[in-house]
Design a protein around this ligand. Structure first.
Ligand code: NAD
Length: 498
């Protein structure tokens, strides 16, 4: 008998009513490690009720008191880092070091949220008219919801609920059904830090729970991170029901290597960015774009290292890359590699069919490296989300920039060069949300904005930094006068200064 993970509503683990369950794998061994309940509208309803009940007292809690809970939460996350990394890795498959790094990127958002009294300060203007003052009140929205993907089960929930709740909202988290243990633990620790029950709730589930969230009349705002087709549908569904929405989608991130770049550094950067976490990162580099003569020497540097990547179970300290999250994902990635060969790309390194001794049922594959990929090929057009790097050769800088600009995704992009003017031009003219200059994965820190453009993002406010605060609050502008004495008469003309 395996454990079955419940929902977390109103401070308690509850089984809910739906009766549906899903399997949660340990990708390193291939076994079903536990089950998870798949909630629907009844569970979403119960979580929203709990969140609504918690709302008045939470909104009345001063921001400084909410911040103090976040200070304690940050300390608890660090204290439990080993345990949380284990929860991430055993269901996702990424190495423990990588899991720990992703947790740290998540708790940096908690650190940002600790400054909430300062961040919620509005604007104030005295004497906008004779004896009239105007100021802004930055107020929470109410009950907010977050829907998160499998690839960062700590970091992405931590992008959302710490900011939402320190702004004074209460929250319903619907994590990925593929690795639900970590998000549940994150919410328990929030309560251990002093977060009142009902302020953050978890409903486990799949599409049915998401649809119930989108249709629920008492959820004010939805944050989504996942693949582009679902992001687009969540954006449309939330908007149809009058909700505020930020929906972060998939990616196809390019790394342009200019002829003057340090090739060893560029090759190292490509290796880590394409194959780290088995390529299952929204900011992974999946397309290398060597410009001019560097294509052959870059390929030579990459090929040997890709062949000798160390692949192992998540708890092998020597592993550079773990397994793929599920057998279905592994099959999908391998079939896309086959499609690449069929459509004429040159497979320089073939990582398919890898079997690890002692882990024969695990979902493993080695790194794959393609050369001579063209923009019309399926492997260029689709997000593969696996350890597959495609090389598209560009004749000139202008061609490389155009390739980036024409790609329908716009999450991250990077250029490796020693030429400051080229780098500056690239940052200016690439139509992508996050740009790296000699940085392969330009994930911004918590006090800057994270988010893509084009098909990688649907909505108005991205996440993190002040964009995150804006998303989880609304501004009220107050104009006031305190007349002491004097005449009063009706004014029929719009007031102006003369
Ligand atoms: P996914 O779109 O399959 O799932 C994301 C969430 O949506 C999950 O909670 C899932 O239960 C739910 N969901 C799945 N199918 C649904 C449907 N048909 N209707 C409603 N809800 C549905 O994504 P994933 O496979 O978990 O994660 C990988 C994807 O997420 C990749 O495309 C990756 O690029 C993207 N991602 C993007 C970012 C970013 O910041 N832009 C960050 C991480 C991951």
């Amino acid at each position: 008998m395996t454990e079955t993970l419940d929902h977390h509503i109103g401070g308690r683990r509850v089984p809910g009513e739906s009766g549906r369950v899903g399997q949660v794998f340990n990708p390193s061994t291939g076994e079903v490690a536990r089950h998870v309940r798949l909630g629907g509208s009844a569970e979403v309803d119960a979580a929203v009720r709990a969140a609504q009940e918690a709302l008045p007292a939470w909104q009345a809690t001063p921001p400084a008191a909410r911040a103090r809970i976040m200070f304690r939460y940050r300390a608890l996350l660090e204290e439990h880092a080993g345990e949380i990394a284990e929860l991430i890795s055993r269901e996702h498959g990424k190495t423990l070091d990588d899991a720990r790094g992703s947790l740290i990127r998540g708790w940096e958002v908690v650190e940002f949220a600790c400054g909430i009294p300062h961040l919620l300060k509005g604007e104030h203007s005295r004497d906008v008219g004779a004896g009239i003052d105007t100021w802004s009140l930055i107020q929470p929205l109410g009950v907010c919801a977050g829907i998160t993907p499998f690839n960062f089960p700590a970091m992405i929930p931590l992008w959302m609920f710490p900011l939402a709740v320190t702004c004074g909202n209460t929250f319903l988290l619907k994590p990925s059904e593929r690795d639900p243990s970590c998000p549940l633990r994150l919410v328990e620790l929030f309560e251990e830090a002093g977060g009142p029950p009902g302020v953050v709730n978890v409903v486990n589930g799949d599409k049915a729970a998401v649809q119930a969230i989108l249709a629920h009349p008492d959820i004010e705002a939805v944050s989504f991170v996942g693949s582009t087709p679902v992001a687009r549908a969540v954006y449309a569904g939330a908007a149809e029901h009058g909700k505020r929405v930020q929906a972060l989608g998939g990616a196809k991130n390019h790394l342009v290597v200019m002829p003057d770049a340090d090739l060893d550094k560029a090759a190292d950067a490509l290796l880590g960015a394409a194959y780290g976490s088995a390529g299952e990162r929204c900011m992974a580099v999946s397309v290398a774009v060597p410009v001019g003569d560097v294509a052959d020497p870059l390929r030579d540097r990459l090929a040997d290292r890709v062949r000798t990547l160390k692949i192992g179970p998540y708890n092998d300290p020597a592993a550079e890359m773990g397994p793929i999250v599920t057998r279905d994902s592994l099959k999908r990635i391998e079939s896309l590699v086959a499609k690449g060969i069929e459509e004429g790309a040159e497979l320089v390194v073939d990582g398919r069919g890898l079997k690890l001794q002692g882990y024969e049922d695990g979902f493993y594959m080695g790194g794959c490296l393609f050369d001579r990929v063209t923009p019309d090929m399926t492997i260029y057009r689709e997000e593969i989300f696996g350890p597959v790097l495609s090389t598209v050769r560009a004749e000139s800088y202008a061609d490389a920039l155009q390739l980036v600009r024409d790609n329908p995704y716009g999450n991250g992009v990077s250029v490796f060069t020693r030429d400051g003017a080229a780098a500056r031009d690239f940052a200016e003219r690439s139509n992508i949300g996050m740009v790296g200059i000699n940085i392969p994965i330009p994930v911004p820190v918590a006090y800057h904005t994270f988010g893509g453009w084009k098909n990688s993002f649907f909505g108005a406010s991205n996440t993190h930094g002040m964009e995150g605060i804006r998303f989880y609050t609304r501004i009220k502008t107050v104009t006031s006068r305190w007349p002491t004495s004097g005449e009063s008469r009706p004014e029929f003309v719009i007031p102006t200064h003369r």
